[in-house]
Design a protein around this ligand. Sequence first.
Ligand SMILES: *[C@@H]1O[C@H](CO)[C@@H](O)[C@H](O)[C@H]1NC(C)=O
Ligand SMILES: *[C@@H]1O[C@H](CO)[C@@H](O)[C@H](O)[C@H]1NC(C)=O
Ligand SMILES: *[C@@H]1O[C@H](CO)[C@@H](O)[C@H](O)[C@H]1NC(C)=O
Ligand SMILES: *[C@@H]1O[C@H](CO)[C@@H](O)[C@H](O)[C@H]1NC(C)=O
Ligand SMILES: *[C@@H]1O[C@H](CO)[C@@H](O)[C@H](O)[C@H]1NC(C)=O
Ligand SMILES: *[C@@H]1O[C@H](CO)[C@@H](O)[C@H](O)[C@H]1NC(C)=O
Ligand SMILES: *[C@@H]1O[C@H](CO)[C@@H](O)[C@H](O)[C@H]1NC(C)=O
Ligand SMILES: *[C@@H]1O[C@H](CO)[C@@H](O)[C@H](O)[C@H]1NC(C)=O
Ligand SMILES: *[C@@H]1O[C@H](CO)[C@@H](O)[C@H](O)[C@H]1NC(C)=O
Ligand SMILES: *[C@@H]1O[C@H](CO)[C@@H](O)[C@H](O)[C@H]1NC(C)=O
Ligand SMILES: *[C@@H]1O[C@H](CO)[C@@H](O)[C@H](O)[C@H]1NC(C)=O
Ligand SMILES: *[C@@H]1O[C@H](CO)[C@@H](O)[C@H](O)[C@H]1NC(C)=O
Length: 500
Amino acid sequence: MDSQPFSAFKLSIFILNVIPIFLLASRSLAADASYATPASKETICKFTPNPSYCKYILPNHTTNVCDYGRYAVRKSLSQSHKLLNLVNKYLQRNSTLSKSAVHALQDCQLLAELNVDFLASSLETLNNTNQTLPSSKAEDVHTLLSAVLTNQQTCLDGVQETSSSSSSWGNLQNGLSVLLSNDTNLYSVSLALFTKGWVPKKKDEEAITWRKQILHNVDDVLVRGTVTVSQDGSGNFTTINDAVTAAPNSTKGLKGYFLIYIKAGVYEEYVNVAKNKNYLMMIGEGINKTVITGNRSVVDGWTTFNSATFVVVAPCFVAVNMTFRNTAGAIKHQAWTSYSETQQLYSKTCNIYPRLPMRGQFNAITAQGRTDPNQNTGISIHNCTIRAADDLASDNGTTKTYLGRPWKEYSTTIYMKSFIDGFIDGAGWNKWNGDFALSTLYYAEYKNKGPGSNTSSRVTWPGYHVLKKAKEAKKFTVSYFLLGKKWLPQTGVPFSGGLI
Ligand SMILES: *[C@@H]1O[C@H](CO)[C@@H](O)[C@H](O)[C@H]1NC(C)=O
Ligand SMILES: *[C@@H]1O[C@H](CO)[C@@H](O)[C@H](O)[C@H]1NC(C)=O
Ligand SMILES: *[C@@H]1O[C@H](CO)[C@@H](O)[C@H](O)[C@H]1NC(C)=O
Ligand SMILES: *[C@@H]1O[C@H](CO)[C@@H](O)[C@H](O)[C@H]1NC(C)=O
Ligand SMILES: *[C@@H]1O[C@H](CO)[C@@H](O)[C@H](O)[C@H]1NC(C)=O
Ligand SMILES: *[C@@H]1O[C@H](CO)[C@@H](O)[C@H](O)[C@H]1NC(C)=O
Ligand SMILES: *[C@@H]1O[C@H](CO)[C@@H](O)[C@H](O)[C@H]1NC(C)=O
Ligand SMILES: *[C@@H]1O[C@H](CO)[C@@H](O)[C@H](O)[C@H]1NC(C)=O
Ligand SMILES: *[C@@H]1O[C@H](CO)[C@@H](O)[C@H](O)[C@H]1NC(C)=O
Ligand SMILES: *[C@@H]1O[C@H](CO)[C@@H](O)[C@H](O)[C@H]1NC(C)=O
Ligand SMILES: *[C@@H]1O[C@H](CO)[C@@H](O)[C@H](O)[C@H]1NC(C)=O
Ligand SMILES: *[C@@H]1O[C@H](CO)[C@@H](O)[C@H](O)[C@H]1NC(C)=O
């Protein structure tokens, strides 16, 4: 079991409030003037991470990059339908499968459904134009196509981490793994051709000058409904899941947020915000007062994905003044405290308290999972406080804690303007496995404070950077979180658009 990346890696985040970011074109292949001119597929495929696979799937006739791109996205859509049908079929003959195998397949079912939606929606935008898109539109599609890869990888990780003695699962696991990896290549081609064909080289001024903007009051939010959750029965519901279920299903053109006020209390629930629950806002009574906690763990037969306390697959979700905690923590194999589908969870007050892991392990605070150079995902930890939780602090430094480990090849993480306490190891970052990802990852630190922030003895990997200029760090702030830009300002969540 320890050879599996996830189980070997006992991430034990106590409170995780990170601001995921959308990196713009920093390493991607932005479109150039030649996008509309016909080119051979050999030429076009040079711009993709896996040229030989690209040449293998693209049609032989010579056309422009957008046409090739549409072909790839259409093919991706049909493959994601195929995967979904296959998973549905396996689930129907579930009697021979273990509980954990069924969980893994159910994750894949959910993720494949999302991928079908994401790809169809991308195609709708890409169908009618051979020209670069306006930046906000380009960024929407970029996010969807990036998420498609993340979803596929999440499904694959779940399938691979599920072990079972039954031979039927063994066969199924191998078959699915081959199919999933194969389609990952296809999705990677789609994303690369999209970046080449439709993403403008320069973002609009409008996108860049989105200024610091702090709203303090939910009165500024357009609200279409409000309910209260309270454990003592004084609200509309006693559980968060009931409130989520009661939220109206999304329909096109639906405007405004559905507010769920959650009274103080510890809610032992696994909250799942399904994809048809757009524009939900949860407001607690305060950090550590309204707490969502859970204790599922991989050891108990849950996949890493569905052991998350809180799963959000709906767009435009916001949570304020509350804490997510997974109590299985260090004792069981790690579980993410929250998982947000397009990685757009924004939370204001940010305190990160790593806990003491099991004996002999070491901690890493983040493990970002970017698998493809063209994805626009990453983690930005901005204006946060990183201190050891009590158990780790009383360990007197015998357990090493790092800012991150490259779980996937293109892991992208930055810490900026945060307080880093002395318990973080001087090297700062730790390897995953040999020199895996050390040149492809992107790790950076910018103007952090505190005893653990000294970068003089940090790792010297090619992908690690100490940023000096605000201009470089700016790429990682919420302003670049472009999808967010469209909806955060109307939420009333206090946030800051640029560098604080
Ligand atoms: C493209 O051409 C190659 C050889 O020239 C052939 O093997 C292949 O089947 C063709 N692919 C398609 C999609 O027509
Ligand atoms: C398991 O299979 C039965 C019979 O085909 C079906 O009714 C049930 O919904 C399946 N369970 C899941 C979780 O798919
Ligand atoms: C895209 O266009 C093709 C033909 O031009 C059409 O068959 C297909 O339905 C369109 N897809 C979407 C999502 O609009
Ligand atoms: C895009 O370019 C292709 C190939 O030149 C052409 O067939 C297609 O009609 C164009 N589509 C649009 C919407 O301009
Ligand atoms: C891999 O993908 C290609 C293109 O989508 C497909 O033609 C091929 O059959 C796939 N191979 C496997 C083993 O699934
Ligand atoms: C929630 O409770 C309040 C006060 O008890 C009531 O006015 C409101 O109609 C309820 N809302 C829903 C959606 O049931
Ligand atoms: C949302 O849709 C589901 C089925 O898709 C239905 O069961 C449920 O009642 C709907 N909820 C609301 C609040 O309309
Ligand atoms: C929340 O709880 C943690 C750990 O128990 C504590 O260190 C922190 O100060 C608390 N934060 C607030 C805002 O009360
Ligand atoms: C997890 O929570 C459930 C439900 O409250 C409880 O029955 C179970 O004992 C807990 N498991 C662990 C390992 O704490
Ligand atoms: C969150 O809590 C802070 C302080 O407890 C309060 O000032 C702020 O208004 C709250 N935010 C919302 C959206 O309720
Ligand atoms: C940054 O964090 C501090 C507390 O750590 C908080 O007081 C401050 O309001 C935060 N700044 C912004 C702009 O959120
Ligand atoms: C840490 O050091 C303190 C004081 O020196 C000591 O009392 C405590 O037992 C030590 N804890 C561990 C886990 O070694």
